[in-house]
Design a protein around this ligand. Structure first.
Ligand SMILES: Nc1ncnc2c1ncn2[C@@H]1O[C@H](COP(=O)(O)OP(=O)(O)OP(=O)(O)O)[C@@H](O)[C@H]1O
Length: 599
């Protein structure tokens, strides 16, 4: 251990012990010996070099001083290696210093059963590798910091303190242990799925929710500002309003164009609203226009600008007769609002249900968009969901897909599984099929420079036979301005966009293996997995459901290797899609050979 680390440990221990060091010489913790080599009591070092302090444990050791996190965590070598600090069941008091955040490799922090006071520092929300946090049975007060941001957290024990304010909106699907009973929390219980029972919440006078059989009062109307949820709902209404305005405009406009007869259309031919329109040049679009004196659906080329508004029906028997007006007339339900637009479920009189994506903010010319969609229509794979039709005007781009009743891989993994099992063999098969679909598309579309661009588990739909299919292929190129982790360190954007798909696939593989949620383009999940693997607890990353099913550890480890290679931060170090397919298929072959498990 370096001198700075040794001295910091001595200072840290002096604080903890209230300057009362044990007289036992074997205890260590002095400047004339080495914490690892001389085996200081409570210290555990890395097996390889025996020079990095990985664990400090003083469980029930009669300590009554304070926790000097500033001394401990300001030393780089400790900050970079310490993953466990266990001070449970002592008499340690005082506040937790903000510098605790510098011990960023901490995965387990046990402070339960002490005399700690004050508010937990806000910086603790940045301890992004924390898996277990126990602050129970202390005298902590104030509001909790934004611990909900620590997506790796699986255990949060805070019972028997004086904490107040609202319980942060933790990701309860990730938590296995949770207790905030005997505090002063108030407001609604955010665990809407009711994963944890009443005993996790008891004795908080202001808490309400179904679990406690205590109805929450209706939220007060706020005069200023809106919560995130409020904004979402509000903007949902705006969107609906706009669609209605669009519809009225369309109908009014239609009166004008009704008399023009539509030319005959052959199946699979482009069925265009262009066909119905008047011939005056117009630069308005279907969207948001209330000035009905102009034609909203006209198409015309002027000398320099091409303004097109057309519903293009691609090669699909399902929607061969679909017209743009049908699309507008049918009731639409807002399904979600992503980074790249809004998705509606549109239900038609004949029972047909379609998913319509309204793309936002894509600076692509109408011609380019058309070319791209027509090209995509030529490339079909059973594991890729083809667009059925599209509409494109200067301000509006719509993409029509078949609605998938079984939802996405994201909901299968992270939604309410309601007893549905998602076994290892099926996960492996999903991985192999997605990789094959992607390999086919990359192979066909590399020359056109069209990668998927936004590959993630919510864009993997499950068909009626539960076969996975990649949705929204080529819908949106990555924004080169965006400082996304996938885009860093690269000059060749065309290649890097394809490599970004490999990264996306890597994150999907990690989700399949861990069952955990992803935020921030997958960066948090990849770094969490890497930190756990670094600590040699690899098996801890796997979804518990897979472990209890008895899934082959070797196969999971092999797939984890593939996932880690794919999610390498350096795009050029990621494997090609063909290599990924080969690696996954090899694992799948192993699985296919193994005897069938009893359910
Ligand atoms: N064809 C479809 N059928 C049924 N559900 C779909 C279909 N396409 C997408 N969805 C689901 O609808 C929801 C909203 O989709 P949307 O594409 O807007 O969200 P997103 O994928 O999170 O965002 P984005 O793709 O813009 O980054 C998601 O849960 C998605 O899985």
């Amino acid at each position: 251990v370096d001198d700075a680390a040794r001295d910091a440990l001595v200072t840290f221990y002096t604080g903890l012990s209230n300057n009362n060091r044990p007289s036992d010489l074997n205890f260590g913790w002095n400047s004339s010996s080495d914490p690892c080599r001389d085996k200081w009591k409570g210290v555990d070092c890395d097996a390889k070099t025996n020079s990095l302090v990985k664990k400090i444990e003083f469980y029930n050791s009669g300590l009554s001083g304070f926790l000097n996190a500033t001394a401990l965590c300001n030393v780089d070598s400790i900050a970079a290696s310490l993953n466990l600090l266990n001070l449970s069941l002592n008499n340690i008091g005082g506040e937790i210093q903000a510098d605790i955040v510098k011990c960023k490799q901490l995965t387990r922090l046990f402070l339960g059963g002490n005399q700690f006071t004050g508010k937990l520092p806000d910086s603790m929300a940045m301890l992004g590798n924390l898996i277990q946090l126990d602050i129970s049975n202390n005298r902590f007060g104030g509001e909790l910091p934004g611990l909900a941001r620590v997506s790796s957290l699986q255990m949060f024990l805070a019972q028997n303190n004086q904490l107040k304010g609202e319980i942060p909106a933790f990701d309860f699907s990730n938590l296995d242990q949770f207790n905030v009973s005997n505090n002063n929390f108030q407001g609604p219980i955010p665990d809407v799925s009711q994963k944890f029972h009443a005993d996790s919440y008891l004795n908080n006078a202001g808490l309400c929710g179904e679990v406690l059989q205590k109805t929450c009062p209706p939220p007060k109307k706020k005069s200023k500002g809106l919560s995130n949820k409020g904004i979402l709902m509000f903007s949902g209404y705006i969107a609906l309003g706009l669609v209605i305005v669009g519809l009225i405009v369309f109908r009014l406009t239609r009166k004008k164009v009704e008399s023009v007869e539509a030319p005959a259309r052959s199946p699979n031919k482009v069925a265009s609203v262009d066909d119905f329109v008047d011939t005056k040049p117009s630069f308005t679009s279907v969207e948001l226009k209330t000035d009905v004196s102009k034609s909203d659906f006209s198409i015309n080329s002027t000398e320099s600008v091409m303004v097109s508004s057309s519903l293009v029906v691609l090669t699909s028997p399902t929607v061969s007769d679909l017209k743009f007006e049908d699309l507008l007339r049918a009731p639409a339900e807002l399904l979600g609002r992503g980074k790249h637009g809004t998705l509606y479920r549109v239900i038609f009189d004949n029972g047909m249900v379609l998913a319509v994506k309204r793309i936002k903010g894509w600076m692509i010319s109408i011609d380019e968009f058309k070319q791209r969609m027509l090209r995509l229509d030529q490339v079909k794979h059973p594991n890729v969901l083809p667009p059925l039709a599209f509409y494109c005007s200067k301000h509006e781009k719509l993409l029509v897909y078949e609605y998938q009743l079984n939802g996405s891989l994201f909901t299968l993994l992270h939604g309410n599984r309601s007893g549905r099992r998602f076994e290892w063999a099926s996960r492996l098969s999903v991985a192999a099929k997605i990789a094959e679909g992607l390999a086919f598309m990359h192979h066909e579309l590399h020359g056109d420079g069209i990668p998927h661009g936004n590959l993630k588990s919510s864009n993997i739909m499950l068909k009626s036979n539960m076969e996975p299919c990649i949705s929204e292929y080529g819908l949106m190129a990555m924004d080169p301005q965006e400082p996304s982790s996938m885009q860093q360190q690269t000059k060749d954007t065309a290649t890097s966009d394809f490599k970004a798909d490999i990264y996306g696939l890597g994150v999907i593989l990690l989700e399949l293996l861990t069952g955990k949620l992803v935020h921030n383009d997958g960066v948090d999940l990849t770094s969490w997995v890497q930190s756990v693997v670094r600590e040699e607890w690899t098996v801890e990353v796997f979804d518990r459901a897979l472990i209890s099913e008895g899934a082959s550890e070797e196969e999971m480890l092999n797939l984890l290797q593939v996932a880690i290679k794919c999610s390498n931060q350096a795009p050029e170090s990621r494997p090609s899609i063909n290599q990924v397919v080969t690696m996954i298929n090899a694992i799948k072959e192993e699985e296919d050979k193994s005897p069938v498990q009893e359910p």
